[in-house]
Design a binder for this molecule. Structure first.
Ligand SMILES: *Cc1c(COP(=O)(O)O)cnc(C)c1O
Length: 356
């Protein structure tokens, strides 16, 4: 028998969440974003459950090749484009769509020996100042690309820095509108936040990521409470030890928790080496035998300690949910000062995964 910690990936929830994303942007086609090994869920485990999508968007060549080798024939978008000119050989061989954000990539495309035309996502910097051409360069870059014989369809792409803010899209969207005026090409501007809450940014292709996995793009679980999204990943374990504390006793590294009264503590087989955030403080929610309780004491590499006061029936072997349907991953993330994205991406390789 292995250690009791395991993750569960719910395929039905993936299909359901994709349908919700589609419903939120009914006139757009959908790139399902499966970068970072499908946000830690395992690309090879999940892609078939998302096969109703119009395309998959990711970063790594290896992940693109995995999809092609698994039989995916529809579009694949490289969100950050190619990293070296030699990558164009694989882009050509595997029929990938690539983003283009820098002049050196245009030069590489001009010099490449391509067997067929490559579709391009022309990336515009919306003001985030990460990747992309300045908006005022949109026309000239488009003309340069259009003049190359190796280029097929060109779509305008941008990403927003502050879409969670209700007014966060106004200025960047205007900037893009102005820049793209007269460019009669499709647009793709929307991540999960925009897919759910900014129809004015939907255009031709949306690019939802986090909502496919049932977590909040804003980091606030209540924001998606009424959307019907379902968590895809559950992290479970069991209680493997019990401690009976007297008033004044302390728990774990640094004695960071002190019992005020007599108290039962459960030791759970899951720690930061499994992907549970070490920074989760006293009070972070945990569910034991269906009852909500909380972390007490420092998260260790292989264990956490939880308060059993609300669940006196709990004992060795009691089921624990670290995150999932009952404990929203966004709530654990918030308590630990991060976002659900980081927690799901950091699920450790040593945790066995069941697909249901
Ligand atoms: C990751 C990513 C997305 C998806 O973002 P979510 O917030 O997970 O929806 C969309 N577009 C680009 C360019 C990305 O890098």
């Amino acid at each position: 028998m292995s250690r009791p910690v395991f993750a569960t990936i719910d395929r039905q929830a993936l299909r359901h969440n994709l349908a919700i994303a589609r419903h939120a942007a009914p006139d757009a086609r959908v790139w399902s974003v499966v970068k970072a090994n499908a946000y830690g869920h395992g690309l090879s485990r999940v892609w078939e459950s998302l096969s109703e999508t119009d395309g998959f968007a990711l970063l790594n060549m290896e992940e693109a090749i995995l999809l092609r080798d698994s039989g995916w024939r529809k579009p694949i978008l490289l969100l950050e484009g190619f990293f070296y000119p030699e990558d164009l050989v694989l882009i050509d061989r595997y029929r990938l769509t690539t983003s283009v954000h820098s002049n050196w990539q245009i030069k590489a495309l001009a010099e490449a020996q391509l067997s067929a035309q490559v579709d391009i996502y022309l990336k515009i910097n919306s003001g985030m100042n990460r990747l992309g051409f300045r908006p005022e360069q949109a026309h000239s870059v488009y003309r340069k690309l259009r003049a190359l014989p190796g280029i097929g369809d060109i779509t305008l792409m941008a990403h927003f820095a502050d879409a969670e803010n209700p007014d966060g899209l106004v200025a960047p969207l205007q900037r893009i509108e102005r820049a793209a005026e007269g460019l009669a090409i499709p647009r793709s501007l929307s991540n999960s936040v925009c897919t759910l809450w900014h129809p004015e940014a939907h255009y031709d292709w949306v690019r939802p990521g986090i909502i496919l996995y049932g977590a909040s793009p804003s980091g606030d679980w209540q924001d998606i409470a009424s959307t019907g999204l379902k968590p895809v990943m559950t992290l479970n374990s069991e209680i493997i030890g019990i401690q009976q504390l007297s008033p004044g006793d302390s728990v774990g590294y640094g004695y960071r928790y002190h019992a005020q009264q007599a108290q039962r503590i459960g030791v759970v087989a899951c720690g930061y080496a499994d992907g549970y955030p070490r920074r989760a403080p006293n009070g972070t929610l945990v569910c034991v035998d269906g009852v909500m309780t909380q972390v007490v004491g420092t998260v260790s590499m292989d264990m956490i300690t939880v308060d059993l006061t609300p669940c006196p029936q709990a004992g060795i072997g009691s089921k624990v949910e670290l995150w999932g349907e009952q404990v929203k991953i966004d709530r654990v993330a918030k308590a630990a000062g991060t976002v659900g994205y980081e927690l799901m991406c950091a699920l450790a390789p040593r945790v066995p995964v069941k697909v249901i």
